[in-house]
Design a protein around this ligand. Structure first.
Ligand code: TRP
Length: 336
């Protein structure tokens, strides 16, 4: 049997935070080391354009995200690691899929519907005010990402599940009409990976502005941890670890034994000040090696670029011949 293809994209708009590391980067790198799996990780910079029109931000985020994955141990020789825009066949396939996609399917996309609802709620005359075709067609570009490389499994957050199902729909329609070219992908949503809470106790997310950057310098890391919201229980009073932001972060990095011991300390009434210091020391020690590597990579963008170029060439060794088959199937052929 052939290898199972696992593929996922990372939109290049932000700076990776602790929640991204625990929920996506770390499990993805671990999964990529499994035999019989072929992993594709790419920087979704065309998707980033839908969310950000700040060119420097998009470029800087691309560097930061690439450097983060490499610093965390991603091996660009065992996986396919590339930038979406370096594989022009993806944009080409996007158009072809666009011609096979029902407009009604896109009307039902959650992200588009939410934008329309927003317009209606704020009394805009045009329900489509401010909505670009990029936002509307976002799922088609994502379908091209997925179908180009024959992905079987697509690990994503819950908010992206619908997009993977749309890719499956589009692939089915194409296959029905032109012959079986595309693999039908499945979304994989891992409920067992930890979801970290941020500074204010809500889910750690860029949109809540409550993140702790994965590679915040030591001083800043300490400051941010000190800012994490706790309750007003005094030292000596028993505390509930399960609802505690600090404990949740600790547990995501600590061993089972360490977590058990910390649980005990909560029951005994560890003070918030002490816990924050402990958490800082623990995280700082755990991340220091990765952080040094990250800083080195940020200081060597040429090197990161070279890694991405090699990745793009490897990806294109698949996408070029595959696109030739797609073109032939739809009747875009050399004459004579
Ligand atoms: N849209 C995804 C997100 O915002 C990123 C993404 C782009 C992606 N293309 C993809 C994820 C293909 C999985 C497969 O998180």
């Amino acid at each position: 049997m052939g290898k199972e293809v696992v593929l996922t994209g990372i939109t290049t708009t932000g700076t990776p935070h602790l929640g991204n590391y625990v929920g996506a980067i770390r499990p993805a790198i671990a999964a990529s080391a499994v035999a019989n799996v072929e992993s594709f990780f790419f920087l979704a910079d065309y998707h980033a354009l839908v969310k950000s029109r700040d060119p420097d931000r998009v470029a800087q985020s691309t560097l930061e995200i690439a450097a983060s994955w490499l610093a965390c141990g991603l091996d660009p020789e065992t996986v396919y690691f590339y930038r979406q825009s370096d594989v022009p066949e993806i944009a080409e396939l996007t158009w072809i899929l666009t011609t096979m996609t029902a407009k009604g399917l896109m009307n039902r996309a959650h992200a588009y519907k939410a934008a329309v609802q927003d317009n209606e709620a704020t009394g805009k005359k045009d329900p489509d005010a401010g909505i670009t075709m990029g936002l509307f067609c976002y799922p088609i570009l994502m379908a091209a990402d997925i179908l180009m490389f024959g992905a079987h499994k697509v690990p994503v957050g819950r908010d992206q599940k619908q997009h993977v199902e749309m890719a499956r729909d589009i692939a089915g329609r194409f296959n029905h009409h032109y012959g079986e070219l595309f693999v039908l992908p499945d979304a994989v949503i891992d409920d067992s990976t930890a979801v970290l809470k941020g500074l204010d106790g809500r889910k750690m997310s860029k949109s809540y502005d409550n993140i702790i950057p994965l590679f915040a310098p030591e001083k800043r890391l300490r400051k941010l941890i000190m800012r994490i919201k706790t309750n007003s229980l005094e030292p000596g009073e028993p505390k509930d670890p399960d609802t505690c932001t600090l404990f949740g972060i600790y547990r995501a990095f600590a061993s089972a034994q360490e977590t058990e011991a910390m649980d005990q300390r909560y029951r005994e009434g560890i003070g918030w000040g002490e816990m924050k210091n402990l958490l800082f020391d623990y995280l700082n020690e755990h991340l220091a090696g990765y952080r040094d590597e990250y800083q080195k990579l940020l200081a060597a963008p040429d090197h990161v670029e070279a890694v991405l170029q090699v990745g793009a060439e490897r990806a294109r060794s698949i996408s070029r011949p595959f696109m030739a088959r797609v073109r032939h199937a739809i009747g875009i052929r050399r004459l004579g």
